[in-house]
Design a protein around this ligand. Structure first.
Ligand SMILES: C[S@@+](CC[C@H](N)C(=O)[O-])C[C@H]1O[C@@H](n2cnc3c(N)ncnc32)[C@H](O)[C@@H]1O
Length: 228
């Protein structure tokens, strides 16, 4: 049976994975960054420690640290079981086996959990949800969506994707979305209609190959920027 999850789960990747998934340059990291659906990833924690400017939005941030820890523990077994059952859907070079996968992800999520209370006070973690965010127009240089849009195409319909991506375009100067695959490693059916819609609305839309590939075939991001 293909990799499947009933709902969008809290599961966090590391800072280094974000750098590679989105091909983030030094100049990108010097801008003001919005991470959408960052959940328990350690990108915000680590970029803040390095002096960067980043805000993450996720409905998960309405929960307490203990509630998030409990949800991570629940998710951990589900995700690791699903990956074990579908090993062939993943590329085992950067991460060499299931044990290492568990270790990398738990380290990243532990990093996030230790930073969460401070980040909430500093308004680096905002409990908000797409498709509508309470953030001013063009207030960020770069918007990132990792493992939320397109990945959950079976749970979130085309209308949701269009509204969410237009909202990110309203708030940020450039949007990057990774991966372009669904949970079962098949391409999202929404890439073509979303791209067509955005091109007609005056945006440049490019699929860009990146260094990162864990889901087999998942080594492309979508880059969206208003045409000059
Ligand atoms: C699989 S996790 C990915 C976390 C992180 N971006 C990463 O790649 O490690 C998906 C995240 O999307 C969040 N999410 C669910 N619905 C959302 C919404 N409507 N708007 C923004 N984020 C949402 C979930 O709470 C969860 O933290």
């Amino acid at each position: 049976m293909a990799f499947a999850l009933d709902s969008v789960v809290p599961w966090g990747r590391s800072y280094e994975e974000y750098i590679d998934m989105f091909a983030l340059s030094t100049a990108d990291l010097e801008g003001r960054i919005l991470g959408c659906g960052d959940g328990p990833a350690s990108f915000n924690t680590q970029l803040t420690r390095r002096g960067g400017s980043v805000v993450s939005v996720d409905p998960l941030y309405a929960c307490s640290t203990d509630q998030i820890r409990a949800r991570i523990d629940e998710t951990f077994t589900k995700v690791i079981d699903q990956v074990s059952l579908n090993r062939g859907d993943f590329v085992w070079n950067r991460i060499t086996d299931i044990e290492e996968l568990g270790r990398i992800r738990m380290n990243a999520m532990q990093d996030f959990l230790e930073d969460f209370a401070t980040g909430l006070k500093e308004q680096r973690y905002l409990p908000q949800a797409l498709p509508e965010l309470e953030l001013p127009d063009q207030s960020f240089d770069l918007g990132l969506s990792s493992h939320f849009l397109f990945l959950y195409s079976r749970q979130l319909d085309l209308e949701f994707h269009l509204r969410a991506i237009k909202e990110l375009c309203r708030i940020t100067k450039e949007v990057r979305i990774f991966p372009l695959l669904q949970l079962d490693a098949t391409p999202s059916p929404y890439i073509a209609p979303v791209s067509r819609h955005l091109i007609n609305a005056g945006y440049d839309v490019h699929e860009i190959e990146v260094e990162y590939e864990f889901q087999r075939g998942g080594n492309r991001m979508l880059k969206i920027r208003r045409r000059d």
